[in-house]
Design a protein around this ligand. Structure first.
Ligand SMILES: [Zn+2]
Length: 238
């Protein structure tokens, strides 16, 4: 019996060997395919994952699904070729771009009205998702799931904020500065971005915008540090 058993065992082992080899081959293929995929995702994200990077998946949210803060006044410009083309923003929003209106003493309402008039004037493409007044009031002009015409080659994947200012030097009032901080913090929170994703128009095209933060890079650095500080007490007290 011992002999019979060992013969049939040997036979079984012999029969099993090709099957085992097939399984090993399949496992090897899976491993190769897996590492190829991993390599591809590293190439797409521009580097090896560090664990701190947000996943490179879409973060766009339908405007109607967004819980907008009550301090944002919604006053969308009607869809038109010159200031609100109605083009969907990229599925992945990668940054927030800060601007100044470049027209000293004008209010947020006046600038919003200008965006609207462009549909009739038809002489310039311009708009922004948000306008912040010298009094710190925030007007939303374009839905956040559409592009605005503010940041040239970054219109497709960034949210834009234009700030009003009293003087030629482009310095923001304290009310504007605080409202900008609060709005950018909310946007960072909503889209999973951080201070490093907050840029000036200047960083995209070299244009002197927002003027004060271009002429005073130390003030820009301070603004981004203030963002990181993320003083929630100050935010809710506003
Ligand atoms: Zn600008």
């Amino acid at each position: 019996m011992g002999r019979h058993a060992s013969v049939s065992d040997r036979k079984r082992r012999t029969r099993l060997r090709p099957a085992v080899r097939l399984v090993l081959l399949l496992l090897l293929c899976a491993a190769v395919a897996g590492s190829a995929l991993l390599l591809r995702s590293c190439v797409i994200s521009g580097g090896a994952p560090t664990g701190n990077d947000p996943p490179q998946t879409g973060n766009r949210i339908a405007q109607e699904a967004l819980q907008m803060p009550d301090w944002v006044v919604r006053d969308f410009v009607p869809v038109n070729e010159f200031s609100r083309p109605g083009t969907p923003i990229d599925a992945r929003i990668n940054g927030i771009v800060v601007h100044y209106v470049g027209n000293p003493g004008t209010t947020a309402e006046q600038n919003r009205s200008y965006y609207k008039q462009l549909a009739r004037l038809r002489n310039r493409y311009a708009s922004s998702h948000f306008l912040i007044g010298m009094d710190g009031a925030v007007i939303q002009c374009v839905p956040l799931d559409e592009i605005a015409y503010a940041s040239s080659q970054r219109n497709h994947d960034t949210i834009s904020i234009e700030c009003c200012h009293p003087g030629e030097d482009g310095a923001f009032t304290d009310a504007t500065y605080q409202a900008l901080l609060r709005l950018v913090r909310w946007l960072c929170d909503t889209y999973g971005l951080d201070a490093g994703d907050v840029i000036r128009h200047y960083d995209v095209t070299g244009k002197e915008c927002p003027r004060y933060f271009v002429r005073h890079p130390e003030a820009w650095d301070a603004f981004r540090r203030d963002l990181d500080r993320g003083d929630p007490g100050k935010t809710t007290a506003q």
